[in-house]
Design a protein around this ligand. Sequence first.
Ligand SMILES: NC(=O)c1ccc[n+]([C@@H]2O[C@H](COP(=O)([O-])OP(=O)(O)OC[C@H]3O[C@@H](n4cnc5c(N)ncnc54)[C@H](OP(=O)(O)O)[C@@H]3O)[C@@H](O)[C@H]2O)c1
Length: 273
Amino acid sequence: MPIYAAAMSLPTPGPDRTAVVTGASSGIGAEIARELSRRGHQVVLVARSADKLESLARELGTGARVLAADLADRSVRAGLLDRVTGLGLVPDILINNAGLSTLGPVHRADPDAEGNMIEVDVVAVADLCTRFLPGMVERGRGALLNVASTAAFQPLPGQAAYGASKAFVLSYTQSLAGELRGTGVSATALCPGPVDTGFGETAGFAKEDAETALPSFMWVPADKVAKTAVDAMARGRLVAIPGAANRVGAVFAQVAPRSLLLPILAKQHPGLK
Ligand SMILES: NC(=O)c1ccc[n+]([C@@H]2O[C@H](COP(=O)([O-])OP(=O)(O)OC[C@H]3O[C@@H](n4cnc5c(N)ncnc54)[C@H](OP(=O)(O)O)[C@@H]3O)[C@@H](O)[C@H]2O)c1
């Protein structure tokens, strides 16, 4: 057995059990909700856009519930677990997928936008893990997926705080996996490369710029990313990187000397043009 894999599978679906998926109104989160639902899991869909969540819930049928929530709001996060159990559901699976990026150099950034991103990408992930894991450990059953990025493996001038946020998510999830050994609860970090979702537009990327900076062989469709993610959880894997090119790139990014890497990254980043 590889050292990164624990002998585990996803908790068995049941009528009183659910997977909580944050950022389920769009992109990767919506596809992970679809994939889990296809495999028989009930899902609780979390994001701010209630209308989009309702529409996905209608598509997925009676096993899907909607909890609209702004995860940048600490008091909203604090009430989320009670809202899930209030539906009569036990959260066996937690998918921390909600996230966003800012774009451009820090010296031209809006402090509130930077703070909001760190609140959603970092603080909310740690907060929800801290709130949901105790119940899973107590039951001896659970699976956690935190969505990081290939940006976690390298510095990212042009999206400095985003890259650092995802490095936090990767490190944090790996540490959790170490802590959770033998508890019956698994922790997996998903590290996608570029995926065509609402992410680029929210960050302010022009689509052509993103496609020029990141060649086509690196892009993986959101449904494939979701399948890789759920397969990785089912196998108890520690880290999942969808796409062969991104797996090679992640190895290179970790070993490349920063003095060589940084000028290349800074030159090609659309946010620094
Ligand atoms: N797309 C990529 O190239 C890529 C690559 C690597 C990693 N990722 C990561 O993948 C994850 C999903 O991104 P995506 O590509 O699917 O982007 P997306 O289509 O823009 O989806 C982002 C999701 O996050 C939710 N969200 C944002 N702010 C929120 C808040 N304050 N409270 C609750 N939900 C919030 C959004 O919902 P509402 O707006 O409805 O709240 C939406 O459902 C993110 O963590 C991202 O960093 C993406």
